[in-house]
Design a protein around this ligand. Structure first.
Ligand SMILES: *Cc1c(COP(=O)(O)O)cnc(C)c1O
Length: 437
């Protein structure tokens, strides 16, 4: 699995019929852990508070992902089967936002990296496919997970259907009832989606006994999905953000950007903006650029754009905290608002998490990345401005990056290169736009 920097970065892929498909999908994921000036703090066992060991995680994750969680090699090879699925929509486009530049009258050159071309409309399949693959080759037949608004559940459902696994999703009850479209996506892919809390698990039954009318939460749904995976030897659990292996898988985004910017004649992005919920699209876009800064002296600035209503990086504390409400997960060193923080019901459902990826938190703590908080109204206003100039309606999450980038572009006096991570499209979130308009 460990590869050197000399490994060739292009080769030929084949489709399931054996036909060669020429592709520029990256051959390796990039691991910022190889270039961090100080190592990222380890995850701790919740009982002993000692660093986690592989056997602690083995009931829930395949060994390849457990190894990636602590890997320090700079490049990790992407399995051929994963690259062949990536090739269905990758490389995703890097687009010069010429109409947007003209609309706001900036001297900056603005580019956006568009992850909305994936089959489910966001960056999340980049890790869903990799996770399903490693589970499948370890003989696992069933994956469980939780989902809020449904982007992650739909991504994992798609990945499982392509790789021959069954998938069971616990969706927060409020979203299950009010936002059915991503559930229909999951069901189309052959997955089963339960409202959480459910009476299918001990955790769910205990919650329902105490709070019969609860509308659910991500923390409750995690407890249900983890319980089911832990009890079934043929099942594992999958997480869509926050963990180191998820950040790793998303680095296909930024590695493509480095190639695409060079092809566009740019020497570097001067500044890159991405929205931050658990941190995965931000890490995917910016870690390869930050790595290049550390190794080769480029000067790209990375900016995490979080909602003002859930400001873990700008208002949280940097300390060990649990990933879930119940306190069952490992302790993660991260910027956190506290595991009991309940964010208000903002439209950007994918940005409502109390913590932040330990790798992103480490990068911010070391000063390798900055963070800003964006008000919901400013985010939607920017999303509409973007849609009217460029045609694409950004996901409500992505509008946070657009808002920060446009505010910055309006202050620029010289010909800077501004990069926006457009993590997804908002086609299934139009009711959110409607309520704003
Ligand atoms: C889930 C999601 C996010 C937030 O997750 P990160 O791990 O912070 O990237 C952002 N944008 C879209 C479109 C999402 O679906």
């Amino acid at each position: 699995m460990a590869l050197t920097d000399e490994t060739p970065r292009t080769n030929r892929l084949t489709d399931p019929l054996g036909t060669a498909i020429p592709s520029t999908v990256p051959t390796h994921w990039y691991n910022l852990n190889a270039d961090f000036p100080e190592p990222v703090p380890p995850h701790l066992h919740p009982g002993t508070r000692e660093p986690l060991t592989p056997p602690d995680l083995a009931p829930l994750f395949p060994m390849a992902l457990i190894e990636q969680e602590v890997a320090t090699e700079r490049y990790i090879e992407i399995p051929q089967a994963v690259r062949e699925i990536y090739a269905l929509w990758r490389p995703s486009p890097l687009i010069r936002a010429a109409r947007l530049e003209r609309a706001i009258g900036t001297k900056a050159r603005i580019y956006y990296k568009y992850e909305g071309v994936s089959p489910v409309g966001s960056h999340k399949p980049n890790t869903a496919v990799a996770q399903a693959y490693y589970n499948a080759i370890e003989g696992i037949t069933r994956l469980t997970t939780e989902t809020g608004a449904g982007q992650w559940g739909a991504s994992l459902a798609m990945a499982c259907s392509l790789l021959g696994l069954t998938c069971e999703v616990w969706q927060v009850r409020a979203s299950y009832d009010s936002k059915p479209y991503r559930r229909f996506q999951m069901e189309t892919y052959g997955s089963v989606c339960h409202p959480s809390p459910s009476d299918l698990t001990e955790a769910g039954r205990a919650i329902l006994a105490e709070l019969p009318d609860t509308t659910g939460s991500l923390g409750m749904a995690i407890s249900e999905a983890v319980e089911v995976a832990a009890k079934d030897p043929g099942a594992h659990y999958a997480l869509g953000s926050v963990l180191n292996h998820v950040m790793l898988h998303q680095t296909v985004i930024g590695q493509e950007v480095l190639v695409q910017l060079a092809a566009a004649g740019e020497t570097q992005a001067d500044i890159a903006f991405a929205c931050a919920g658990g941190g995965s699209n931000l890490a995917g876009l910016t870690f390869p650029l930050i790595g290049q800064n550390l190794r080769e002296g480029t000067t790209t600035r990375a900016v995490a754009c979080e909602p003002a209503a859930c400001p873990s990086l700008t208002q949280g504390e940097y300390r060990y905290d649990f990933g879930d409400v119940a306190g069952l997960t490992p302790l993660l060193k991260m910027y956190t608002l506290g595991k009991d923080f309940v964010p208000p019901a903002i439209h950007a459902g994918g940005l409502r998490y109390h913590g932040m990826s330990p790798m992103v938190s480490h990068a911010v703590n070391l000063g390798l990345m900055k963070a800003v908080a964006i008000e919901q109204d400013d985010a939607f206003a920017a999303g509409i401005e973007f849609a009217r100039a460029e045609g694409i309606i950004p996901a409500p999450e992505s509008t946070h990056a657009v808002a920060a980038a446009l505010a910055y572009a309006r202050t620029v006096t010289g010909p800077e290169v501004i990069l926006i991570g457009l993590s997804g499209n908002g086609v299934l979130d139009l009711p959110a736009y409607a309520s704003y308009v």
